[in-house]
Design a protein around this ligand. Structure first.
Ligand SMILES: NC(=O)c1ccc[n+]([C@@H]2O[C@H](COP(=O)([O-])OP(=O)(O)OC[C@H]3O[C@@H](n4cnc5c(N)ncnc54)[C@H](O)[C@@H]3O)[C@@H](O)[C@H]2O)c1
Length: 289
């Protein structure tokens, strides 16, 4: 199979990542269906994308005709069968919980055509942990986009021992078609590359904050002014969702049992209080609507 035969793409999950991944695919010329179990999330996704694309048109990044063309290829549904039964390629972007992802892949394996590649956008869950509930482990890989996918150029494509060369190549080629720079990781590792580096940074930042060495705002300031990072670790957590990082780290802790991997108390408090960052209007910082 080559990217030429990919006509239909299904994106499962319409949250922070899924909606923009779907838009990227539609912009790349693919007939794309975004599926979510939550109708409200789909509605939010649709209006969010309309808003973003309106800004792109206003800034001259895309013509109104090409925007309309992309939207004519983009569909939204709560029905997984409708979304996946004609898909040549599926990108899963549901919540970062292993049991939920395994259920989704089990269903996808039943409804998607046998030739379809099933890729997971998980930030941390390696594809072999999901592939084992399917009958097509050679057609499973990670396709890890970064937030926000319409802005961030990089995609980590990760193979397991069972992922075929063809699956890796088609996925790399698809990234190119949707205008993204893909990097191939031939071996699985928790957190892949970018997030391992990011986790080390944010763990250190949280430790410094919790031990009273420095306020979180000042840690953000130091990272920006001394290290030339575009934003500090706490600002970044608010942007990508404090819960996303929390569940990712919880997953690591459950795997390793290492207390150093346990999510920090101050992060758990925010998740339990529903202060998840920009998406809820409050995280480390407050955001007006
Ligand atoms: N947010 C980030 O910065 C980021 C970056 C890279 C990768 N990721 C990964 O992307 C995935 C999604 O993250 P997100 O931030 O978009 O999460 P999110 O919470 O914003 O969205 C998840 C969506 O999945 C939907 N969903 C839940 N169960 C479902 C099911 N069974 N079938 C269909 N839809 C279902 C929810 O209704 C929700 O709309 C995660 O695996 C995460 O690790 C996130």
């Amino acid at each position: 199979m080559n990217t030429g035969i990919i006509k239909n793409i299904c994106v499962v999950g319409s949250g922070s990542m899924g909606n923009q991944i779907g838009m990227l695919c539609a912009l790349g010329g693919y007939q794309t269906t975004i599926q979510d179990i939550n109708e409200e999330s789909l509605q939010k996704a649709k209006s969010h994308l309309v808003e973003i694309m309106e800004k792109w048109v206003a800034k001259g990044r895309i013509s109104a005709e090409n925007r309309d063309l992309a939207f004519s290829k983009l569909f939204f549904t709560t029905n997984l069968n409708d979304a996946a039964s004609t898909a040549d390629f599926v990108i899963e972007a549901v919540v970062e919980k292993l049991d939920i992802k395994r259920n989704v892949f089990h269903e996808l394996d039943k409804v998607a055509p046998p030739h379809a590649i099933l890729a997971s956008n998980s930030s941390t869950i390696v594809n072999s942990m999901i592939a084992e509930v399917t009958n097509r482990p050679d057609k499973i890989c990670n396709m890890h986009f970064f937030f926000p996918p319409l802005v961030m150029d990089c995609v980590e494509v990760v193979m397991s021992e069972n992922t075929s060369e063809e699956t890796a190549q088609v996925t790399m080629d698809l990234c190119k078609q949707i205008n993204r720079t893909a990097v191939l990781l031939r071996k699985e590792i928790y957190g892949f590359v970018a997030n391992r580096i990011l986790l080390a940074l944010s763990n250190e930042a949280t430790k410094l904050y919790e031990s009273g060495i420095c306020d979180y705002k000042d840690i953000d300031l130091i990272c920006k002014k001394a290290l030339n990072h575009p934003m500090g670790p706490f600002e970044l957590a608010d942007l990508s969702g404090i819960d996303v990082g929390y569940y990712a780290q919880l997953q690591l802790y459950n795997e390793t049992g290492n207390l150093d991997d346990k999510p920090a108390g101050c992060i758990e408090e925010k998740v339990m209080a529903g202060n998840l960052g920009r998406k809820t209007g409050k995280g480390w910082y407050e955001y007006s609507k």
